[in-house]
Design a protein around this ligand. Structure first.
Ligand code: PBG
Length: 326
């Protein structure tokens, strides 16, 4: 039987202007954060082969990048440091050295942009340890949670001193947010915020990042990062971080964890970020380079999905890419 519907959702899809007017999700540059890398001992910025279009920066090229971020009107920049191999040690002490590469980079960006861009520091030791783990090791070779906490506290204070507006503990040690909050408050940095990597999973999608930071990690991070199979636990980790004083929380990776993101977004009283990680970036760039995907549309769709699921903020390597705003 042929019937004529009188309720037609397609009506609102008739023209581009109408679709634009009723769209539920928009990408605004201010909600985007660009992750960026500074590397010690290089004279020119160095392309990261597994992440086409991304670089390990010199201080000079990082300053230019920070100015581009301001010009593009994005929200912030999240800085990672890549030290000289000879500066790595068992504790990652170059991470809290004021002359360490990350702290020099933070100071340079802050000097360049002042308060026109939110300057975020990655607060984790994996780039600085010779074994590549996110904390110091106990005698039995396991990552020592409690001994690592005081190192994170020192690192966060050094980053605040270097000029970070926000520190972002990403090492998944229990209790890290509280210890960092106490250390910042005790040193007069009570205005420096904490963006907590709350639900961070032991993901294979971090693969290209390991090249980006020259990681020497053997093994995996499964004793501290979460099992990708666990949704409920993402809530537990997030609730704990909020309780410990996180100003913002994060779910990471983003695109394959939209259920976790939606759960967190539904209950969080603080802003929720999601990190579209290196593997999510590399897959789309690789497929696009082969002509298998419409690059710009897929990039836009991938970030739209993350915001639709509930992210207030998105960390994405495409933050400056015109594809997002087309
Ligand atoms: C660890 C850290 C990682 C990433 C950000 N911070 C790697 C890891 O946990 O192994 C991954 C980011 C990305 O893949 O884009 N400090």
């Amino acid at each position: 039987m042929h019937t004529t519907p009188f309720i037609r959702p397609r009506r609102l899809r008739t023209t581009a202007a109408l679709r634009d007017m009723v769209t539920e999700t928009r990408i605004h540059p201010k909600q985007l954060i660009l992750p960026a890398f500074i590397r010690d001992g290089i004279r020119e910025k160095n392309p990261i082969s597994s992440m086409p279009g991304q670089y390990q920066h010199t201080e000079e090229s990082l300053r230019l990048l920070a100015r581009e971020c301001v010009a593009a009107g994005i929200g912030g920049i999240d800085l990672f440091g890549v030290p000289l191999d000879e500066d790595k040690d068992a504790d990652g002490s170059v991470g809290w050295d004021p002359d360490g590469i990350l702290n020099r980079g933070l100071a340079a960006i802050r000097d360049e942009v002042g308060d026109d861009l939110v300057v975020i520091a990655d607060t984790c030791l994996d780039e600085f340890t010779d074994h590549g783990h996110c904390g110091t090791l106990a005698d039995d070779g396991r990552v020592d949670n409690d001994a690592t906490l005081e190192l994170y506290a020192k690192m966060a204070v050094a980053q605040a001193r270097a000029g970070a507006h926000v520190v972002s503990p990403s090492g998944m040690m229990d209790g890290q947010v509280r210890v960092i909050r106490e250390a910042l408050d005790a040193t007069g940095f009570d205005d420096v915020s904490i963006l907590a990597y709350s639900a961070k999973y032991a993901s294979a999608f971090f693969g290209p990042f390991r090249e980006a930071v020259g990681s020497g990690l053997q093994g995996d991070r499964k004793t501290y990062q979460q099992d990708p199979a666990n949704r409920r636990e993402g809530m537990r980790e997030t609730l704990l971080d909020i309780d410990e004083g996180a100003d913002m929380v994060m779910v990471k990776p983003a695109g394959y964890y939209l259920d976790v993101l939606a759960d967190v977004a539904a209950m969080s009283p603080v802003p929720v970020a999601a990190y579209q990680v290196s593997g999510e970036y590399a897959m789309i760039e690789a497929a696009a380079a082969n002509g298998w995907l419409d690059r710009d549309r897929v990039i836009r769709e991938s970030v739209t999905g993350i915001i639709r699921a509930g992210a207030d903020l998105v960390l994405t390597y495409w933050a400056l890419d015109p594809a997002l705003y087309a």
